[in-house]
Design a binder for this molecule. Structure first.
Ligand code: HAS
Ligand code: CU1
Length: 561
C-alpha cells in the first residue's frame, strides 16, 4: 500500500480559528451540562446507600426530577455536544478542508435552543419523565421539542463531516479516506440510521401528544421506537472514545496503531450491527414475539465482536509502547506505560473499566440472564462503567490536551488531573460493585430507596453491604467532580497564554493516507455498507413494527411526580 502523509491543517489561519471556536463552543456546552448533571450524581449514589440527602437540594420537587436532570444532561446532552465538537474538529484537521462555518454555527444555535427548551421542561418539573421518557409518562412540549432540536443539531454536524469527506475525495482521487475521518464518518452514518426511531417517535407521536393534538400514545410502539435509537446511541457515545483509543492514544503512549484495516473493520461492524438489536432492552415487554427477541439477542452478540477486536488492537498498540519504554515479561510493559501523563492514564483506566462494563453487557444481552437483572440496580451499575467511565473518563483525558489546544492556555494542574482520573475510576468501580450486587439482591433501579416506608425497606435489609459500597462511592465521586472542574475552569479562565511552540498538537498516531486499493477500497465504499446496514435493520424491525401499528393501543398520559 502506497503511503503518504496527510498534510492536515491546510485550512488557512482564519478557517482554522473558526473551526476551533465552534468546536470549543460545543465542548464547553457539553462540559457545562456535565457539571450540573454529574453534581447530582453523588446524591443518587447516597440514595442507593440508604441516605436521603435530597433535603439539601430544595430546588428539586422530587427524586425523579433530579434523576431526569442527571440522565438527560449527562447521557444525552454532554455526550451529543462533546461528540459534535470532537468528530467535527478532528476530520477538519485531518483533511484540511475548509468547513462551512455558517452552517456549523447554525447547527450549534439549534442545539443550544434545544438545550434551553428541554432544560426548561425539566427545571419547571413539568417533564420529570426520566431520560427514556416512556409514555404514558407525560412531559411538556418544550422537553420533546428541545430534545428533537438537540438531535437535529447533531445530524447537521454529521452532514457537514460527510460533505467534508466528499470534498476531500474529489480533491484526492485514488486515495483512501484517512483513518480518523473514516471512523468519524462511519459513526455519523450509524447515528443517522439510528436516530430515525427517536425522530419518528418524538415528531410523530410525543410532540403532537404533548400539544394535545392526539389523545394518546401506544406505550409499546413508543418504547420500541425509543430503543431502536436507544441501543445504538450507546455506540454513538462510545465510538468517539474508540477514535481516541485507536488514533490518538497509541501516539500519546509512545507506541503505534498495530493495524489500520482492523480499526476500520471494527467501525464497519458497528455500522452494521449497532441498530438491529434494540429488543435486548425489551426482553420483558409483552407484544414482541420471543423469536424476534432471540434474533436481537444473537445480533447483540455480533455487536460485541468489534469491541473484542478493539480490546485486541488497543492492547497490542499499548504493548508496543510499553516495550519501547523498556517493559519486559508478560505484563511488565503495563507499568512502563506513561501513567504520569493524565491524558494517557485517563484512557487506560477508562479501558480497564470497560472490560467489566462489557462483560456485564454480555450478561444483559443473554436473553434468560436478563430476567435476573432487568430493572434492577445492576443496570445503572453496567452503564456507569460504560458511558459513565469508559466514555466519560476518555473524554476527560481528551480535554487535558484539547482544551489547551483550542484555547492556547496551559492545563491548570497536571497533578489535579491525575487525581481526577484515579478518584473517578476508583469511585465508579466501587459504585459499580455496589450497584451490580444490589441488583442481584433484587433492589430495583430508579427507586427513591432511601425514603421507602419501613415495611418496604425491610425487603432490602440484606443489601446493607453493597449499599455501603455505593454510599462511599458517592463521596469519592464528589471529590472527582470537584477536581475535574477545577482543572477545566482553571484552564479555560487562565490568564496565562502558551507560547505557540508549547500549544499541544493533535496526537495523530496514524496521520497517513493510503492509496485506495484492495481491502481499503472495498471498505471505503460506505454507501454500500450503509445499504447493508439499512437492509439488516428492515429485517430486524419491520415485521414487529407492522404488527404494532396494526394493533395500536393509545393510552392517555399521566404525570406522577
Ligand atoms: Fe449496555 C443497558 C448490552 C455496551 C450503555 N447499556 C444499557 C443501558 C445503558 C447502556 C445506558 O443486552 C441502560 C439503558 C436503560 O436506561 O435502560 N451493552 C450491552 C452489550 C454491550 C453494551 C452487549 N452499554 C454498552 C456501552 C454503553 C452501554 C458501550 C455506553 C457507552 N446494555 C446491554 C443490554 C442492556 C443494556 C442488554 C439492557 C439491560 C436491561 O435489561 O435493561 C457490548 O457492546 C459490550 C462489548 C464490550 C466488550 C468489552 C471490550 C473491552 C475493551 C477494553 C479493552 C481494555 C484494554 C485495556 C485494551 C466485549 C475494548 C488495556 C489497559 C492496560 C492498562 C494495558
Ligand atoms: Cu442496548
Amino acid at each position: 500500500m502506497a503511503v503518504t502523509t496527510v498534510p492536515g491543517s491546510r485550512v488557512d489561519a482564519s478557517a482554522l480559528a473558526g473551526a476551533k471556536r465552534v468546536s470549543f463552543a460545543y465542548i464547553a456546552t457539553a462540559l457545562l451540562a456535565l457539571l450540573v448533571g454529574a453534581a447530582l450524581g453523588p446524591f443518587q449514589a447516597w440514595n442507593y446507600g440508604g441516605i436521603d440527602l435530597y433535603g439539601l437540594l430544595p430546588f428539586l420537587k422530587s427524586y425523579y426530577q433530579g434523576l431526569t436532570l442527571h440522565g438527560v444532561l449527562n447521557a444525552l446532552v454532554y455526550t451529543t455536544f462533546f461528540n459534535a465538537g470532537l468528530m467535527f474538529y478532528l476530520p477538519v484537521r485531518e483533511l484540511g478542508v475548509k468547513p462551512a462555518m455558517t452552517w456549523m454555527w447554525g447547527s450549534f444555535g439549534v442545539g443550544a435552543v434545544g438545550l434551553v427548551l428541554a432544560g426548561a421542561g425539566i427545571v419547571t418539573n413539568t417533564s420529570s419523565v426520566l431520560y427514556t421518557f416512556y409514555p404514558p409518562l407525560y412531559g411538556h412540549w418544550s422537553f420533546y421539542v428541545g430534545l428533537a432540536l438537540v438531535v437535529v443539531s447533531s445530524l447537521m454536524v454529521g452532514a457537514e463531516v460527510i460533505r467534508l469527506r466528499a470534498v476531500w475525495r474529489r480533491q484526492n482521487p485514488g486515495r483512501a479516506t484517512p483513518l480518523v475521518t473514516y471512523m468519524s464518518v462511519v459513526t455519523w452514518m450509524m447515528w443517522m440510521l439510528a436516530s430515525v426511531g427517536l425522530v419518528v417517535s418524538v415528531v410523530g407521536f410525543l410532540i403532537p401528544w404533548s400539544f394535545g393534538w392526539i389523545g394518546g400514545v401506544d406505550p409499546l410502539l413508543a418504547r420500541t421506537l425509543f430503543w431502536y435509537t436507544g441501543h445504538p446511541i450507546v455506540y454513538f457515545w462510545l465510538l468517539p472514545a474508540y477514535i481516541s483509543w485507536y488514533a490518538l492514544l497509541p501516539k500519546q503512549a509512545g507506541g503505534e496503531l498495530v493495524s489500520d484495516p482492523l480499526a476500520r473493520l471494527a467501525f464497519l461492524m458497528f455500522l452494521l450491527f449497532s441498530v438491529p438489536v434494540g429488543f435486548h432492552h425489551q426482553f420483558t415487554d409483552p407484544g414482541i414475539p420471543a423469536g424476534w427477541k432471540m434474533v436481537h439477542s444473537m445480533l447483540t452478540m455480533f455487536v460485541g465482536v468489534p469491541s473484542l477486536l478493539t480490546a485486541f488492537t488497543i492492547a497490542a498498540s499499548l504493548e508496543i509502547a510499553g516495550r519501547r519504554n523498556g517493559g519486559r515479561g508478560i505484563l511488565g510493559w503495563i507499568a512502563k506505560l506513561p501513567w504520569g501523563n493524565p491524558a494517557v492514564s485517563a484512557q487506560l483506566l477508562a479501558a480497564i473499566a470497560f472490560i467489566f462494563g462489557g462483560a456485564g453487557g454480555i450478561v444483559n444481552a443473554s436473553f434468560n440472564l436478563n430476567m435476573l437483572v432487568h430493572n434492577t440496580a445492576w443496570i445503572p451499575g453496567h452503564f456507569h462503567l460504560t458511558v459513565g467511565t469508559a466514555v466519560t473518563l476518555t473524554f476527560m483525558g481528551i480535554t487535558y490536551w484539547l482544551l489547551p489546544h483550542l484555547t492556547g492556555r496551559p492545563l491548570y494542574s497536571i497533578a489535579l488531573a491525575r487525581w481526577t482520573n484515579w478518584t473517578w475510576f476508583v469511585g465508579m468501580m466501587i459504585f459499580a460493585i455496589g450497584m451490580h450486587w444490589q441488583g442481584l439482591l433484587a433492589v430495583p433501579r430508579r427507586a427513591y430507596i432511601s425514603n421507602l416506608p419501613a415495611a418496604l425497606s425491610e425487603a432490602y435489609a440484606n443489601a446493607s453491604v453493597p449499599m455501603a459500597f455505593t454510599a462511599v462511592s458517592g463521596v469519592i465521586l464528589l471529590f472527582a467532580i470537584i477536581f475535574y472542574f477545577t482543572v477545566v475552569f482553571g484552564t479555560i479562565f487562565s490568564r496565562k497564554r502558551l507560547a505557540e511552540a508549547d500549544v499541544p498538537e493533535i496526537p495523530w498516531s496514524s496521520a497517513r493516507s493510503f492509496k485506495s486499493e484492495g481491502v481499503l477500497r472495498f471498505m471505503d465504499s460506505l454507501a454500500v455498507w450503509m445499504g447493508l446496514a439499512i437492509f439488516l435493520v428492515v429485517i430486524a424491525y419491520l415485521p414487529s413494527l407492522i404488527t404494532m401499528l396494526a394493533n395500536l393501543q393509545p393510552v392517555p398520559g399521566y404525570k406522577l411526580w
